[in-house]
Design a protein. Structure first.
Ligand code: ATP
Ligand code: MG
Length: 458
């Protein structure tokens, strides 16, 4: 986008000559002759810089300057004053003007001043963007854990990050932190200040995936009314994260291989070779080797990716991290939800440690989050942990909590029945004949169930 400049001067000759000069530069130029017009222009357009004459028919220049700065502090203002008016220039600088220039002035001097001002502004913006990105990067790429497996992973990621072009394959069960590892690789590499573009290959239909990855040329298909850049182009200089690459179709796999080998590709429907500098990080929870054997994954791409493999360990292989991560998530959720939970009771800890965690860290995080929503006590007890975690203890129907939020995917049918019965009875204020009609069972059956589940109306 071109930088935009607004000229504010009631002297028409001055206004026009400035307009003509600046229009020749790479600027979007606006010009007005009064304070009120100035305000309406900045409200309707993004203005980067204002050249402001201090003597206007309707507004005092200083007042106008303050109004402009109040509306948007980022607008640079260069004021134009009469040679003798030093006092105004000083006051304007104090009110936030970027610079001043005395009339009559040398046009070259003014152009230089404008260039410098805009350059400084874009530098400030770039620094801010980098700061933001860095904070984000730090937050999203911290791998926690104290077990030797995690130390090894961190070291490996450190080494992988130093190589700049080599593709990386991250393998691991679901929820082991594959995306986290991809973030860490990007943000610890020289590419950290360039984009990290992510795509989940299993979530998008094949034809769409192709144009998402490579973009398309105008007219490539009926809906392609204009050219569109794909992920590889947008990530230039940075990293492309191909999540669930095991689900990618072979025709796309060969295109990926071409990008790795030639650092170039063509948009869908295009004939232009487009050069890019990207590193590919791919992840999968499938066994690519057996997919290769079944002919579902291209051998050549597999060997390309296999050069550098990061294998994320499952949570059950590193049991000691279970409690550490639990505490970490408890703190995180305390902050997020304004809760004040101190931790897990010893019984709850035992259950957490013996559970095999098929969904790994993601599952652990969900369990903690759910438990924290359910509890008002200072500690998480076994009661707030889902059934599937407690199964090993032997499941006790009497102990089923009558809490509708207790319903979980993996619970025994009887427990579900108990909760449902209790909800219906409560709602009908224990009118058993109404309840039996709604439940579609006889009153005798209902009575038997109430007895079986130890339900009562107090
Ligand atoms: N070592 C770790 N330290 C802190 N948080 C972690 C760690 N490992 C995973 N997580 C967290 O667990 C969640 C799941 O991680 P991530 O999405 O990276 O896993 P994944 O392997 O990509 O999972 P999936 O296979 O389900 O896509 C995220 O919220 C992530 O921040
Ligand atoms: Mg993932």
């Amino acid at each position: 986008m071109k930088p935009s400049i607004l000229i504010v001067d009631d002297d028409e000759v001055m206004q026009e000559s400035l307009y003509d000069v600046l229009k020749k530069g790479e600027y979007e130029v606006y010009s007005v002759g009064s304070g009120s017009e100035t305000l309406s222009v900045i409200k309707k357009n993004i203005i980067d810089l204002i050249l402001l004459d201090m003597r206007l028919p309707d507004w005092d220049g200083l007042e106008l300057l303050k109004k402009v700065k109040e509306f948007d502090t980022e607008i640079l203002v260069i004021i134009m004053t009469a040679y003798s008016d030093v006092q105004t220039a000083v006051s304007a600088m104090k009110s936030g003007a970027y610079h001043y220039i005395n009339k009559p002035f040398d046009l070259e001097e003014l152009k230089l001043l404008i260039e410098k001002g805009l350059e400084r502004k874009s530098l400030i913006n770039e620094v801010r963007r980098l700061h933001r990105q860095q904070n984000e990067g730090n937050q999203k790429s911290q791998i926690f854990g104290t077990t030797s497996q995690i130390h090894y992973i961190k070291e490996l990621i450190g080494m992988v990050s130093k190589t700049n072009k080599t593709s990386v394959l991250i393998q691991g069960e679901s929820g082991t932190g594959k995306e986290l590892a991809a973030n860490a690789i990007h943000y610890n590499s020289k590419r950290a200040n360039k984009p990290l573009m992510k795509i989940n290959c299993s979530a998008i239909p094949d034809s769409l995936l192709e144009s998402e990855l490579f973009g398309y040329e105008k007219g490539a298909f009926t809906d392609a009314k204009a050219t569109k850049k794909g992920l590889f182009e947008l990530a230039d200089g940075g990293t492309v994260f191909l999540d669930e690459i095991g689900d990618m179709k072979p025709f796309l796999q060969s295109k990926i291989l071409r990008v790795i080998e030639n650092q170039s590709f063509m948009r869908v429907g295009g004939e232009r070779e487009i050069k890019v500098d990207v590193r590919i990080v791919a992840a999968t929870n499938k066994d690519l080797e057996s997919l290769v054997r079944e002919g579902l994954f291209r051998k050549d791409l597999y060997y390309r990716l296999k050069v550098m493999v990061v294998e994320m360990p499952s949570l059950r292989e590193r049991g000691e991290d279970i409690l550490l991560l639990s505490n970490l998530f408890i703190e995180e959720i305390n902050r997020e939800y304004g809760k004040n939970i101190n931790g897990l009771t010893d019984d709850a800890k035992k259950i957490m440690v013996q559970y095999p965690w098929p969904g790994n860290v993601r599952e652990l995080k969900n369990v903690i989050e759910r438990a924290m929503i359910l509890t008002e006590q200072p500690y998480i007890t076994p009661k707030q942990l889902p059934f599937e975690l407690r199964q090993k203890e032997g499941y006790d129907l009497k102990a089923v909590e009558l809490n509708p939020f207790e319903i979980s995917e993996m619970m025994p049918l009887e427990a579900l029945e108990k909760i449902h019965l209790s909800n219906v009875l409560k709602k009908l204020e224990w009118n058993k004949s109404k309840a039996s009609k709604i439940l579609g069972i006889s009153r005798a059956t209902l009575r038997a169930k109430v007895k079986k589940y130890h339900l009562s109306d107090n």
